[in-house]
Design a protein around this ligand. Structure first.
Ligand SMILES: Nc1ncnc2c1ncn2[C@@H]1O[C@H](COP(=O)(O)OS(=O)(=O)O)[C@@H](OP(=O)(O)O)[C@H]1O
Length: 355
């Protein structure tokens, strides 16, 4: 396990973007060796640069410097679209060739379905409720994403059993998943709330394309022109696996409704015999309120230039059913008819009504 969270990875992302720059108009401030905790916006590169497909600038906003990425080109990899900052073709190839071990545990989610919640829960369930990792290690290092560049840097420091998360569809998982005895927890969330959560995330994350209006983003979402592809394709892919009893299906909504009950299911699935006291301790630590206050989990370590929590915090509302505050009746009818049509020949039922 990593001794302490360092933010070298963000510096690395910056230098990668810098490295591709072909038109640097001002000298860059060297951040190497700095801890981003202590880096103010004023210390960030004062430059306007044009890179292949990514135009990045810095503007003054309310006394601090903000990143502007007017054209953001996503990465396309085997039919899915991913954001450039944390992913690369190399990281995706690395994921493809990743050697999954029998004891590995993966939480799989379509984006905005409960990923960081599982990054909090899994170490606690696996280690019997010891809070040390969730209080000292940033979530992206504690339970890294399989497809992100960061994995290669931290994989050797993960404790056994290793816990990882991924947004990849089943067919893009490394072949070693099938030959191993690794376990998978697939967390699903009502797609209407996924859409709402994603809409706000696209507004606050400077490395994502502008979502437009809510109605426009809904169309983009339904067409599948979003990160990691169509929601229905993702769910279908993970509903049709050869994993048998090695996959557990959980819903975000059951976790919201009764987290201790969901933790009990999870701990049985992972072969952990947790006492009721430990279950309650984990549930308390993983409440929305406590995670929102945990700097190792709430993305406050990421500079505002990348994620502007004033526009929308990463841990935004943490509710089931917020879609009711966003959908018009016409949007609901359209959304529900498209999703129902795409799932009409499936042999599984969704745990929520789409109407
Ligand atoms: N503890 C807890 N309780 C309830 N809800 C929680 C919790 N932790 C994260 N969340 C909510 O999960 C949403 C973010 O989803 P992801 O973590 O999958 O995002 S990402 O895909 O990793 O970007 C996002 O949902 P919204 O609030 O609806 O935007 C988070 O608030």
């Amino acid at each position: 396990m990593c001794a302490a969270p360092t933010y070298a990875w963000l510096l690395e992302q910056l230098s990668l973007v810098r490295g591709r720059s072909s038109d640097i108009v001002a000298p860059m401030v060297t951040l190497e060796g700095s801890d981003l905790n202590g880096v103010t916006a004023a210390a960030w590169p004062q430059q306007v640069k044009r890179t292949a497909g990514l135009t990045t600038g810095w503007r003054e906003e309310g006394g601090h410097r903000a990143a502007t990425m007017s054209t953001i080109e996503y990465i396309y990899y085997r039919g899915i679209m991913l954001p450039p900052l944390a992913h690369s073709e190399e990281s995706l190839e690395y994921a493809q060739n990743f050697s999954i071990e029998d004891t590995d545990v993966f939480a799989v989610t379509y984006p905005k379905s409960g990923t960081i919640w599982m990054q909090e829960i899994l170490p606690l369930v696996l280690n019997g409720g010891d809070l040390t990792p969730v209080q000292t290690i940033a979530n992206w290092d504690r339970v890294p994403w399989l497809e992100e560049k960061r994995l290669a840097l931290v994989v050797d420091q993960l404790p056994n059993p290793r816990a990882m998360v991924t947004h990849l569809p089943y067919h893009l998982m490394p072949p070693s998943l099938q030959t191993s005895r690794a376990k998978v927890i697939y967390v699903m969330r009502n797609p209407k709330d996924v859409l709402v959560s994603s809409y706000y995330f696209h507004q606050m994350a400077a490395f994502l394309q502008d979502p437009g209006t809510f109605g426009e983003f809904m169309n983009t979402f339904l067409e599948g022109k979003v990160l990691f592809g169509k929601w229905t394709d993702h769910v279908k892919s993970w509903r049709h696996t050869e994993l048998g009893d090695r996959i557990l299906y959980l819903t975000y909504e059951e976790m919201v409704e009764d987290l201790p009950a969901a933790l009990r299911r999870l701990s049985v699935f992972l072969g952990r015999n947790l006492s009721e006291e430990v279950i309650q301790k984990i549930a308390e630590h993983c409440s929305f309120r406590n995670m929102k206050a945990n700097p190792m989990s709430n993305f406050s370590l990421v500079p505002n230039e990348y994620m502007d929590s004033k526009k929308s915090p990463f841990l935004r509302k943490g509710l089931a059913g917020d879609w009711k505050n966003h959908f018009s009746s016409e949007q609901l009818a359209k959304f529900s008819s498209v999703i129902k049509k795409e799932l009409e020949n499936e042999d599984f039922c969704l745990p929520w009504s789409l109407d």
